[in-house]
Design a protein around this ligand. Structure first.
Ligand code: F6P
Length: 357
């Protein structure tokens, strides 16, 4: 029986299960067998897999995380012997095509594997929304919603105590979450990796707000933001690391910064307090942004991407990534997509900045 494989790679996010469910539903309807590999690429190397059925994928459209598990294991790390181990599993299991669900690290590996002859299609997911070629990736809208709700809550307590609240959101290389959640929640200042800031200007904005009688402020900062002089920020945080920290022999997470493990929000707080004297508190949202139930937008996008990916495999249209362009889902060449990065849209930042101060 023709067989498709599915895996989720890189950091998890809400909506992955909805993609898996959609691929399974669509491919089963055409008489295909589905195999899910556990823990990303390592599941293929170790031949650790489960058959995906209507039963074990039922009811997962609302569930966060991934029923297959994930890791940041880099399939290219062991060179040709590693690739041969992957090929051996796919041969043994008669896999005709693979559906790879991942962010830019996983998609980069998928492109190399495609070039090395692996039959595959890909689906973009990342809360950071920094995969080029698609308007949105699965998981982003949920992260924005979570961050927005958190900032809304911080607003009321900031106001009661006349405090500056520094809220750190995810985004090592791109400020999509910071700009979107900041705009939605009325942030007074948003700091993103794409626009290095001057701490004196940040503090002057906060002082100006106080002079105009607004005695609290909300500063949203993406984890990869950095000051123009480089003095505030985590050096190297935005670098690409195909392989991350090691836990129990499996590469699982991005390397942490040894220089400033506590994050940019704390560095900012210290500077703001020192330069303005305002009482300043820090909230780091961290992995809460990647947890829990996907919002409806992500469930719908994930389902559309999943069905389109299954149909691309059924049609033998491989080496592509599913993409949302406007309101349409299309398949774009992986090579074309990965030649680009997707920094924050300057127009979005400019719009959000209208509400600063
Ligand atoms: O790439 C998605 C992301 O959530 C980033 O925003 C964040 O910097 C990173 O993953 C955290 O990775 P990990 O969970 O491996 O620490």
């Amino acid at each position: 029986m023709p067989t498709f494989g599915v895996l989720t790679g890189g950091g998890d996010c809400p909506g992955l299960n909805a993609v898996i469910r959609a691929i399974v539903r669509r491919a089963l309807a055409d008489g295909h067998r589905l195999i899910g590999f556990h823990g990303g690429w390592i599941g293929i190397r170790e031949d650790d897999a489960v058959e995906l059925t209507l039963e074990n994928t039922a009811g997962i459209v609302t569930r966060g995380g991934t029923i297959l598990g994930t890791s940041r294991f880099d399939p290219m790390a062991d060179g040709e012997p590693g690739l041969e181990a992957l090929r051996a599993t796919l041969r043994r299991r008669d896999v005709d095509a693979l559906a790879v669900i991942g962010g830019d690290g996983t998609l980069g590996a998928a492109r190399e594997l495609w070039q090395a002859g692996f039959p595959l299609v890909t689906i973009p997911k990342t809360i950071d929304n920094d995969v080029a070629g698609t308007d949105f990736s699965v998981g982003f809208q949920t992260a924005v919603q979570i961050a927005t709700e958190a900032i809304d809550r911080l607003h009321t307590t900031a106001e009661s105590h006349n405090r500056v609240m520094v809220v750190e959101v995810m985004g090592r290389r791109a400020g999509w979450i910071a700009a979107s959640a900041g705009l939605a929640s009325g942030a007074d200042m948003i700091l993103v990796p794409e626009r290095p800031f001057r701490i004196e200007e940040v503090c002057e904005q906060l002082r100006a707000r106080h002079r105009h009688g607004r005695r609290f402020s909300i500063v949203v900062v993406a984890e990869g933001a950095v000051s123009q002089d480089g003095a505030i920020g985590l050096p190297g945080l935005g670098d690409r690391h195909p392989a991350g920290d090691t836990a129990a022999g499996v590469l699982t997470s991005h390397p942490r910064s040894l220089a400033a493990p506590s994050g940019i929000a704390f560095l900012l707080r210290d500077q703001i307090e020192a330069l303005t004297g305002f009482d300043t508190k820090v909230t780091v949202l961290g992995h809460v942004q990647r947890g829990g139930t996907p919002v409806a937008f992500d469930r719908i996008l994930a389902s559309r991407f999943g069905v389109a990916a299954a149909e691309a495999m059924l049609a033998g249209r491989l080496g592509v990534m599913m993409a949302l362009r406007g309101s349409r889902v299309i398949a774009v060449d992986l090579e074309e997509v990965l030649a680009h990065t997707k920094p924050l849209d300057p127009e979005l930042y400019r719009t959000a900045s209208v509400f600063f101060g």
